[in-house]
Design a protein around this ligand. Sequence first.
Ligand code: HEM
Length: 731
Amino acid sequence: MSEPILKRVCPEKLMRIPTNANKWIRTHFATPTPHIHHLHMRPPKLPIIGNLHQLGHLPHRSLSKLSDIYGPVMLLRLGRVPLLVVSSAETAREILKTQDLNFCTRSSLLTLKRLSYNFLDVAFSPHSEYWKEMRRIFVQELMSSKRVHSFAPVRGEEVANMVDSISKSCACSMRPVDLTEELFSLTNRVICRIAFGKSYQGRKFDGGKFSEVVYEVMAVLGTFSASDFYPSSRIAWAVDMITGLKGRLERCFRDFDKFYQQIIDEHLERAENKQDDDEEEEEEEDIIDVLIGIMRDQSSAIHITADHIKAVIMNIFLGGVDTGAIVMVWAMTELARKPELMKKAQEEIRTSVGNKGNYVEEGDLNQLHYLKMIVKETLRMHPPGPLLVPRECMNQCKVNGYDISPGTRAMVNVWAIGRNPEYWDNPDEFCPERFEDSIIDYKGQQFEFLPFGGGRRVCPGMTMGVLNVELALANLLYCFDWKLPNGMNVEDIDMDEGAGLAIHKKSPLFLQTAFNAEHYSRRDRDKFGRDGVGDDRVSEAPRQNEEGAGRDQGKCRHERDRRFEDSSINYRGQHFEFLPFGGGPRICPGINMGVLNVEHALANLLYCFDWELPNGMNVEDIEMDEVAGLELRKRSPLLLGGTYTNQTEKLKEKVRLMLKNTSGQIAKLELIDTLERLGVGYLFEGEIKKSLEDIDHNKNKWTKDSLYATSLTFRILRQHGYKESAGNENM
Ligand code: HEM
């Protein structure tokens, strides 16, 4: 019996056999070639599966390629379900505005139905009076501007925790920071606290299982479900059973449900205790408190139960955790690829926020226009929901002249629209400046830019989502300098996307930090006392150098050195558990000079360079063997990679700032005089000229201000190795 043609025939052979089967396969499996004239709105489909095979691993990209051939309105069939895909601003306007009422319901998908307690939520509930009321509650009670701003302390504290955690880890090791991990954990903590309240801070829910459940739910939601494409088919139902999807879904549901119930019970109990105890202090309400309030309110238009609360909380988790972190990771990735843009953003933030605090606060964000443009540009290139949340057509209607029947699923490819050269110059280029002087924003009114969707179903968490992203990014850029890990080039950054419910960066983003010395040291000084934690260890240089005292004295060292913190133990021979210089009458007489030499050299090595292990070497590889002899030496030489931190540039920056900020005229003159006498005036020619022009020479008066300015300049310059020029030895 002859073999069926398709079996075991390699593609090369197929190309050579001019049979009808070959022609058919070529038409149906062909990779679309862009820029072919739009043939028809319906890409050819296969029996049974329809166009499912054309969705690929990343449907927004595959559909974008298909639309290059078949036009901005395409009608496909996924299994048994018709799907309308629109990929232009004009057609998006048609779906989200002109015909919004025809397209504002959602499809009934297997996983969503279960996790939303049979559509008691907002996001996946079909269009109905019930959805309208739930959305009203969501928008007016949970996400109102007042409520979102009432959560400012939560966001502030959690962002500060993240900054501290990064500071700590980079002070402990030179290892690059896993920003993906840090940012996902940040959004998770923020949303947890906003939804469940303060009292749960730091507590591990269900033995830490909660985060695992959230991740598993995300994974389940991103999994292909046969029942969604073959509704009411027994075979599809069996496929979902066999693949284990149903089992996973049930487990997720049970875990979530148990957890939510426990939290709701605790809130109810707390609310009752509060009623009994009038003295109780007013606590900020969390989302569950607000929902319980509505549940108890008899006059509410719908009767809210614990299941409604659970469904809404599920929306907040699915809507809030991943999306925010995804945008932050892409933004940092794009900035790592373009360090000049990162520097520009840092300059804006550092100039605007200055030294007034340790972190950027929400109140500072309004001034950060460039940062806002970065967020917009990231949302344009990497919208976390590239196809929005799928909608469904409710009534027979026409789109671009094509008949669309009720029950047709509808997707708006906002990713393709955001990358369309018709609306954006160099669409694949990350260029925040394109939003300068532009009125385009993401509120759903401009159809070439729809990261939050539009129309009746537009994202109600937009304000909170953007605030979370802006605040975290601003702090990452304010508190740290970032660079790629050693040995890595910009071209090595992996820009691949991972498939899932929301499109994230496939591989984690690792970046190396260098503290922003000015701000980091301020923070440490504030936290650990004005003179810094290193006072007992590093004496001369850091003590003199107020600006740099905290550099490289991260919290981690502080923690490691705790054994000497608040301890009276010293090496002067009085404490017999610690005798590096001996004790008694024969104690080392060179103790002061010895310590001073060591401290001074160490302080400068740490101040002037960033150190790290040579490539490919780990902390465990450092040889700690000693060599026997009179002194206990390290056996092998210590090889470290050092990066000079460009002190001249730093010095220039500091002195320039001083020249600018010194207000007394005589103080300015003194400063200039000092610079000249030290022979470094040429470095500041421009600034000196400008200052001299400003100075009114008649007002010469010796002031405290001028004395301070002069001595400070001396200190700074000397620490940077500038010696007085010949003829000025008497200074
Ligand atoms: C940067 C962050 C965020 C992005 C990019 C984003 C994006 C989106 C998108 C694209 C949609 C679908 C809109 C449509 O179908 O037209 C959506 C819907 C939704 N989002 Fe967001 N979102 C974000 C943050 C949040 C947050 C923080 C929450 C909740 C606290 C949230 C809750 C929701 C809900 C409940 C819906 C469904 C609305 C409905 O169907 O009526 N989102 N979001």
